[in-house]
Design a protein around this ligand. Structure first.
Ligand code: WT7
Length: 658
């Protein structure tokens, strides 16, 4: 059996949602954009580059003389911070709110206009220079979701010092290895931030990281919680308060124009093996890509919309769709510091109601956790302002999509399921809300200007109705340029699998349905092989989650003497389902059999209280595979909560195997 046959879709999903007429009539991007872009992709991206303000125009749109080391807009010069801030002030929009910041403690809020943002970014840029940061030096940012985090990123961009933002939930060890890898000279942090109703310290982790690497010369500390730093919590030779050096710096700062290919930031992401990969993004192409996609995919109208992306700035989504894309477009957006359930489980919906959020972008893992709590909580709020919903990070199960659309979107709003990666920098495959019919669970088609396909083992496009590997077949402006300090690994990881064709290998499996629309199935290493049939963990998870008693599910393939691999499922029940009843396991097996077919029936279903997730919300299937294969559980250090595996082992007492 060939790959494209074995990966064929087993799950039937035929619900369709048309774009609302009014949205379609006023959409930023219309259907003709696809054809227009395909005719001459480089000319298309050159047109989109006009969205930005360039100090010097580029002379070459795409330099592909040394693949896969592509360059975009060479000869062009610009300043990213100027494009995100100053030019909006110069255009007379200085009084417009850039950020509605919402602290976790109730009523702890700040509204920041573009004019204020310009002053603060300028002050921080001057302060960084006074601390010895020069163009090209790396600066690490390890902060909670407070406005200073965005100010810090833009200040780095303004002086041409690439930033590396390390997620505030990472440990001192993880921070130290990143500081070391990119040789960060300065760290910007805060005493702490608010999480789950209490101050949570950050500065001690920086201190501990400094015992593991000696690259750091200065630590710039924002006072957020005012918490005690402890007897050894301050080093006069290294530590400086933000309030002392930034607040007192001049608000005058002339932004220098940098090369389009000047490094903007390094973002670390985990690979299949060991050491994190430092994804390098540069300035011009990245800003063109994020600005255009934010405009197109979210139909963003800067004068009317209130935008909210719930990602943390420690991830690429925060970089592309909180900081660079939205601010380049001059939006008003919400920035929220805390957890979704503090002080109450409806906090997000209260914020949407309070600020009249119109465009909302979050992750399926969050959506499923709200589904689990029940619709009574969001139903208490008026969310009629919402007009577009976005999803990112993993395949969205059809049931989660429908719940999101119905409960949060009042059955009015399109859901844009956006496929992209840290490496791609920008959204690559997504519906356009005013153009594309929505299909629950499908990211649909590459956006205008992007060329992607699903190919077989030999790199040949698979026919509609079949599955294979997701590839990007032509360079795109916001693509990663390399892995920091490791060109070989860059070539090897992304460009060697389909070297002959020169395709970028995304590492995901996908299928094309009979209309040619793309359904991303998840990482290829999560694809199982059961009796010679390839099965996607995601499809079976979606089937499980479509059962009314199920809140969340993770599926892994476990070695099986008879079938090669067998399907093992870990399931969290909804609160209102109680323990699910005595026959829950048989009920769920029957449900999957009915939804997908006997081949997909889980051999084993374990009802568990939690699933092991990384801090970015990705399920660590490796650990579940260990449990399913009765091995000792492996390394749990990257889990958000390392006690989860104990909970699962205890919960397994209620498991069934037959
Ligand atoms: C991987 C990239 C993109 C920013 C957040 C994650 C999966 C992402 C989707 C989607 C199906 C998705 C893929 C991809 N993924 N979005 N809409 N549908 N899968 O960034 O940590 O770099 O992860 O996330 O597997 O390769 P990341």
């Amino acid at each position: 059996m060939t790959d494209h046959e074995t990966l064929a879709n087993l799950l039937q999903e035929d619900r369709r949602f048309e774009p609302p007429a009014e949205l379609a009539a006023n959409a930023n991007v219309t259907a003709d954009a696809y054809e227009h872009a395909a005719k001459d992709r480089q000319a298309f991206w050159a047109e989109q580059a006009e969205r930005l303000t360039w100090a010097e125009r580029w002379n070459t749109v795409l330099d592909d003389s040394n693949p896969p080391f592509f360059k975009w807009f060479t000869g062009g010069k610009l300043n990213a911070a100027y494009n995100c801030v100053d030019r909006h002030v110069e255009a007379g929009r200085g009084d417009k709110v850039a950020i509605h910041w919402v602290g976790e403690p109730v009523d702890d809020t700040r509204d920041i206009t573009y004019a204020q943002l310009k002053d603060e970014v300028s002050q921080a840029a001057n302060a960084l220079t006074s601390l010895g940061v020069a163009t090209g030096d790396r600066v690490a940012i390890y902060m909670p979701m407070i406005p200073e985090a965005i100010v810090a990123m833009l200040a780095c961009a303004r002086i041409g010092a690439p930033h590396t933002v390390v997620f505030g939930g990472f440990s001192a060890d993880a921070l130290a290895s990143r500081l070391d890898d990119c040789q960060a000279k300065v760290v910007i942090t805060s005493d702490g931030g608010y999480r789950r109703g209490a101050p949570s310290a950050l500065k001690p982790a920086v201190d501990e990281a400094r015992t593991k690497t000696d690259v750091v010369e200065k630590v710039l500390v924002v006072r957020r919680t005012g918490q005690d730093l402890g007897p050894d919590g301050w080093d006069d030779d290294v530590d400086v308060w933000w309030d002392d050096v930034v607040a007192n710096a001049s608000t005058e700062h002339t932004p220098e124009a940098f090369d389009a290919e000047h490094p903007l930031y390094v973002m670390y992401t985990s690979g299949t093996t060991g050491k994190p990969k430092g994804i390098l993004h540069t300035t011009g192409g990245y800003l063109v890509g994020t600005s255009y996609t934010h405009h197109a995919v979210f139909d963003l109208k800067p004068d009317e919309d209130v935008y909210w992306c719930t990602a943390d700035i420690g991830w690429v989504t925060g970089h592309s769709y909180i900081v660079y894309g939205p601010l380049a477009n001059g939006v008003t957006q919400v920035l929220y510091e805390g957890t979704p359930d503090s002080p109450e489980r409806g906090r997000w919906w209260q914020i949407i109601e309070q600020y009249g959020v119109t465009v909302f972008y979050t992750a399926p893992t969050a959506i499923r956790s709200f589904m689990k709590q029940g619709r009574e909580i969001p139903d208490q709020r008026d969310m009629s302002s919402v007009r577009i919903l976005g999803s990112v990070g993993e395949p969205i199960n059809p049931e989660a999509y429908i719940w999101y659309r119905n409960v949060i979107g009042g059955d009015r709003t399109p859901v844009v399921d956006t496929w992209w990666q840290t490496e791609t920098g920008m959204i690559m495959i997504s519906p356009l809300p005013g153009v594309t019919h929505g299909k629950p669970g499908s990211a649909m088609t590459p956006i205008p200007g992007v060329a992607a396909d699903v190919v077989d083992d030999d790199g040949n496009p698979v026919p509609n109705g079949s599955g294979g590997y997701l590839v990007v077949t032509a360079p795109w402006p916001s693509m990663l340029r390399t892995l920091w300090g490791d060109d070989d690994r860059y070539v090897d990881t992304y460009w060697s699998r389909f070297k002959k064709q020169g395709y970028y290998f995304a590492g995901d499996g996908a299928k094309k349905d009979t209309d040619g629309d793309i359904w991303v199935l998840g990482r290829v290493d999560d694809v199982m092989n059961v009796s010679g049939h390839r099965l996607s963990t995601t499809e079976i998870e979606s089937a499980l989650v479509s059962h009314p008693k199920v809140a969340e599910a993770a599926v892994v393939g476990a070695k099986d003497e008879d079938t090669g691999q067998a399907v093992c499922a870990f399931v969290i029940l909804r609160e209102n389902a109680g323990d699910g009843g005595a026959d829950i396991v048989q009920e769920l097996r029957g449900h999957v059999r009915k939804e997908i077919g006997p081949i997909a029936t889980p051999r084993q279903i374990m009802i568990v209280p939690e699933l092991p997730k990384t801090r970015s919300g990705k399920i660590m299937r490796r650990l579940l595979r260990d449990v399913a294969e009765h091995r000792e559980v492996g390394d749990v250090t990257t889990l958000a909560d390392s006690s989860v595996m104990d909970l699962i082992s205890q919960g397994m007492s209620s498991s069934s195997e037959d």
